[in-house]
Ligand binder design. Structure first.
Ligand SMILES: CC(=O)N[C@@H](C)C(=O)N[C@@H](C)C(=O)N[C@@H](C)C(=O)O
Length: 696
């Protein structure tokens, strides 16, 4: 009898293994597009494509839009492509290779995930569209081609340098005290507008030539940012924020963060405030992609984004006569905002449409500034994001995905609504074609917060499956009902599909602090080091999963990266009874550093209380109740979450003689720049969960 039982168990295991129809390498082999850009004439598009670590540039030209590879970088060396742009004359493309631009610090320092003996530099490259020659021009970052296509301005050591497009060496364009955050050529190419950080305040200046001093624009002790030339080059719009350091306000109270829109005369530098944010929490500085999204549009209108009605929406104003007007309205968010080349139309991604599930998707919308009417240009069960207008102002390019197919560029002809998917043959021939369709689930946290999630479950298999909660990072993110437009979350979507394939029921939880569900959700109080109430949503997700008929409540795991790693550690510390195993990927653990250390005489009135709450919001407070097995993973060139967050936690585990497993990835960052590292992390994550939850 025992032999028969053993044989049946063996067959069951064998069945489950062979029933896996794809490997982690196959599901992680999705090509990831980024840096979508369009030419000024001729309706061409270009994008960067990461094909299993090989990052190259493709262009597509009308009418067929067949993708053409114009670079040949052939090593999985972690060197990303950014700042991709066409020259106005359409003769060449410029881009940056190297660096880690998704970082919170040191984003323009070379990254070396291949551990080469020379750390790769961050460099500016040019590809001729006439003869196909690709050449590195100079070290530097953030290049912008001059309107006449003859010069490339760029940042080096936070100063503006230039290099002639033809022959010639790079040289510092001018010297100015401070760090230049951004710059812009004037429409006629004769001047450069720049935003300068001087520590306690920020200034906006215009460089004309060596014989004229910098023209400061309404200099003040405030922080002036996001300057934009008007279309005729006569005016400058910018945002004014408070400068300096305030008295120490109560730490645990949410406060209005004020901002104003100013307009100044470029020649004289004098200007005035044209709009002040409503003095409400929702009227605070927006934190949506693109932040203020301040743009000059046709008819000298100013377009901007504000959260003031509780959702990130677009507004317009005539800076000289009129009050502002709301262009997009409703319970949805807009992000990825871009204007048509003639500045008469605004395109954006939005989580809205005719289907109630659209709140967990993205579709493309447009506002025509001729009549200020908003229309949705795409709909359905797919995910469309990051629209960019083509030069004829009649087409847009964007990234398109479904629950089955990863992101690819697509082109929509606005009048005909015809959509053309591009580069489908860049999806590997052995890429899985039988992925599960994530199902929207909605449940409530213990405090009543309504939480959205996505369930990934492969039909069939065991009647009682193990469950895994996935916790995204950011935290200002939203997981979707399909492949994600962000590289980090395309990867976690792949991992969730693989875990479902292995027989897990996966619940990806969109906890509070995420985007897409309005201000109250995105800016919920008493969260992170101020009380970690977002953990209630993670716990509710675990309990929801455990309550499902087809899930074994005694085999629930959790994993997450970065902010999701923080919540994974908190879950394992606070609720090892619910979460039986976890994988904490570059998580945040020590939170007191988030409290601005009080110096001098003054201290926030609630500083002591805040310190206590920060401690109780940290996984470090729960090590004695943390009994579930854990795998710690961190790259040691992480520039979003210090690797010390994991080394220090491991030190505490060692001192407490607590078991753990670990995986350190030397020289890689927060974003697994080297594909082979991404595969290693994905595989170890899945195998660790499988070892503890899926072995009968
Ligand atoms: C300043 C800041 O918090 N930046 C965030 C983008 C960040 O780095 N957050 C991390 C803690 C994190 O969650 N990173 C990834 C996973 C992300 O989604 O940004």
């Amino acid at each position: 009898m025992k032999k028969i039982l053993f044989f049946l168990i063996l067959m069951g295991l064998f069945y489950e293994v062979i029933s896996q129809s794809f490997t982690i390498e196959q599901i992680s082999s999705y090509p990831f597009p980024s840096e979508l850009t369009t030419s000024q004439t001729g309706n061409s598009i270009a994008w960067a494509m990461n094909e299993q670590g090989l990052r190259n540039i493709y262009i597509s030209q009308e009418p067929e839009y067949a993708p053409k590879n114009i670079t040949s970088f052939d090593k999985d060396d972690g060197q990303e492509i950014t700042s991709l742009q066409f020259s106005n004359d359409g003769k060449f493309i410029v881009f940056v290779r190297g660096g880690e631009h998704g970082s919170n610090w040191n984003y323009d320092a070379g990254i070396n995930p291949a551990s080469e003996t020379n750390i790769p530099k961050v460099a500016i490259w040019k590809v001729s569209l006439e003869n196909g020659k690709a050449e590195m021009l100079t070290e530097g970052d953030n290049p912008i081609i001059s309107p006449d296509s003859k010069t490339i301005a760029f940042l080096k050591n936070r100063q503006i340098w230039t290099i002639p497009v033809a022959e010639g060496k790079a040289s510092q364009h001018f010297e100015v005290k401070g760090s230049i955050n951004s710059f812009q050529w004037s429409p006629d190419g004769k001047q450069i507008l720049f935003e300068l950080n001087r520590g306690t305040h920020s200034l906006i200046g215009i460089y004309s030539d060596h014989d004229r001093p910098i023209q400061w624009i309404e200099p003040s002790f405030q922080r002036d940012v996001s300057p934009k030339w008007s279309l005729d080059g006569k005016m400058i719009a910018f945002v004014r924020l408070p400068g300096g350091k305030s008295e120490p306000h109560p730490i645990l109270e949410q406060r209005h963060s004020p901002w104003e829109i100013w307009v100044a005369d470029a020649a004289s530098g004098s200007g005035s405030s044209r709009w002040k944010s409503p003095e409400t929490l929702m009227g605070s500085v927006p934190t949506t992609h693109g932040r203020f999204n301040l743009h000059w549009a046709a008819e000298n209108q100013l377009v901007y984004l504000s959260y003031e009605d509780g959702w990130p929406h677009l507004y317009t104003m005539d800076p000289f006569s009129g009050p502002s007007k709301q262009l997009t309205k409703g319970q949805f968010m807009v992000e990825h905002i871009n204007l048509s080349h003639d500045k008469s139309k605004i395109f954006f991604s939005a989580n809205t449409g005719s289907d109630k599930l659209d709140i967990d998707r993205r579709h493309i919308g447009m506002v025509n500034l001729k009549d200020d009417q908003m229309v949705m240009l795409t709909e359905g069960e797919g995910i469309e994001a990051i629209p960019v207008a083509l030069s004829d102002n009649q087409k847009i390019a964007f990234f398109s995905a479904t629950s089955q197919r990863p992101m690819l560029p697509a082109i929509l002809d606005i009048p005909t609504k015809e959509i053309k998917l591009i580069a489908t043959d860049l999806i590997p021939s052995d890429f899985p074609d039988n992925l599960v369709v994530p199902k929207q689930v909605i449940f409530k946290s213990s405090d009543g917060m309504v939480i959205h999630g996505q369930i990934f479950e492969k039909p069939g298999g065991s009647s009682k499956k193990p469950g895994v909660v996935f916790v995204h990072g950011g935290p200002q993110r939203q997981m979707l009902l399909g492949w994600h437009y962000g590289d980090y979350y395309s990867n976690t979507y792949a991992v969730n599909q693989y875990l479902a394939e292995m027989g897990f029921v996966v619940l990806s939880v969109n906890f509070r602090l995420g985007i897409g569900y309005g201000y109250e959700f995105h800016k919920a109080p008493r969260t992170y080091w101020q009380g970690a109430e977002e953990y209630l949503d993670v716990k509710a997700a675990g309990e929801y999963l455990a309550s499902l008929e087809n899930v074994d409540e005694n085999r629930i795991g959790i994993y997450g990266g970065s902010y999701g790693g923080y919540l994974t550690a908190l879950a394992l510390g606070k609720d090892s009874g619910l979460f039986k195993v976890g994988v904490d990927i570059h998580g945040v653990h020590e939170l007191s550093s988030r409290l601005k250390l009080q110096d001098g005489f003054e201290q926030a009135p609630d500083y002591t209380k805040a310190l206590k709450i920060a401690w109780l919001s940290s996984p470090l407070a729960y090590l004695d109740t943390w009994t579930s097995p854990v795998l710690f993973i961190h790259g040691d060139d992480d520039r979003n979450v210090q690797v010390s967050q994991t080394t220090d936690l491991i030190r505490r585990f060692d001192e407490k003689k607590k078991p753990y497993e670990y995986l350190i990835i030397p020289d890689d960052s927060h974003h697994w720049m080297k594909h082979s590292n991404l595969i290693k992390v994905n595989k170890e994550t899945a195998e660790f969960l499988n070892k503890h939850l899926n072995q009968k």
